[in-house]
Design a binder for this molecule. Structure first.
Ligand code: SAM
Length: 256
């Protein structure tokens, strides 16, 4: 039995056993963390997860056909499969969750936003995404790849690019190359501002990334009355600011 890959769900199935092993070797979640695979598909990673006897795992697959396939392929583990949209799942039953997945590339940024929203319970993750996207998540300031998700994700997680993966190891092959990266939540982050304010500040700053903050944030914040160490950033472009610089400016302007 097999399933017909659905492009709309980003279904590119892994077929290379060495790559699958390499992904699982890099997955070292904290002890006692519940684990979840996003998009098990036809079970390429799942099979190895079972073989390694990794415990406390659930598997969330949006596609009914893939879900039925998995239940039939692994009848003894049927209860671990959930037919649901990860983006809509209520994760509040978990206190500590680690994630793994060869992600559907069309929603990889949305998955990262969901992780950020639930970061108090998501400790750790290993993911494969389109290479350019992984490079953006891990990018440092003063590079062209540095953007909204670099700042937001790295403010709360250590982000580490692990290795690149050729498109030839998938069926069907995607148009783009892929990379595997790992995130580990930083333990000590307590910002004195709301996510909503922080996220809109960073988005507005990068929406016009060639402009200085004074211009791109016009009408949102006013640098003219700010002390020197904040006003200093008004003439910078967003990519010149580190994530710590963003946190400092946002803390100054946030009014609760
Ligand atoms: N893990 C398998 C592998 O490596 O061969 C499949 C990976 S494939 C790139 C992505 C999988 O995510 C597909 O099986 C797709 O149906 C599933 N998927 C897409 N959107 C999803 C969502 N919102 N929630 C859960 N699974 C989703």
């Amino acid at each position: 039995m097999t399933i017909q890959p659905k492009k709309s769900l980003g279904q590119h199935f892994l077929k290379d056993q060495n790559i699958i092993r390499k992904i699982l070797d890099s997955f070292q979640p904290p002890d006692d963390s519940a684990c979840m695979e996003i998009g098990p598909g036809m079970g390429a990673l799942t099979e190895h997860i079972f073989e390694r006897e990794l415990e406390n795992f659930s598997f969330v697959e949006i596609d009914k056909d893939a879900y039925a396939f998995l239940c039939e392929k692994f009848p003894a583990r049927k209860d671990a499969f959930i037919n649901a949209d990860f983006l809509k799942m209520d994760l509040s039953e978990f206190t500590s969750l680690s994630l793994i997945g060869n992600l559907p590339y069309n929603i990889s940024s949305q998955i990262i936003f969901k992780i950020l929203e639930n970061r108090q319970l998501i400790d750790y993750g290993v993911f494969m995404v389109q290479r350019e996207v992984a490079e953006r998540f891990a990018a440092q300031q003063n590079t062209k790849d540095y953007g909204i998700l670099s700042v937001l994700l790295q403010s709360f997680y250590e982000v580490e690019l692990l290795f690149n993966v050729s498109k030839n190891v998938f069926v069907p092959p995607p148009k783009v190359e892929s990379s595997v990266f790992r995130i580990m939540r930083k333990q000590t982050v307590r910002f004195p501002f709301s996510d909503k304010y922080f996220f809109s500040f960073v988005k507005k700053a990068f929406n016009q990334r060639r402009k200085m903050l004074r211009k791109s944030l016009q009408g949102f914040v006013d640098f003219s009355e700010a002390p020197d160490d904040i006003r200093f950033f008004a003439d910078k472009r967003p990519e010149q600011l580190s994530k710590e610089d963003f946190a400092k400016i946002v803390a100054y302007f946030f009014k609760g």
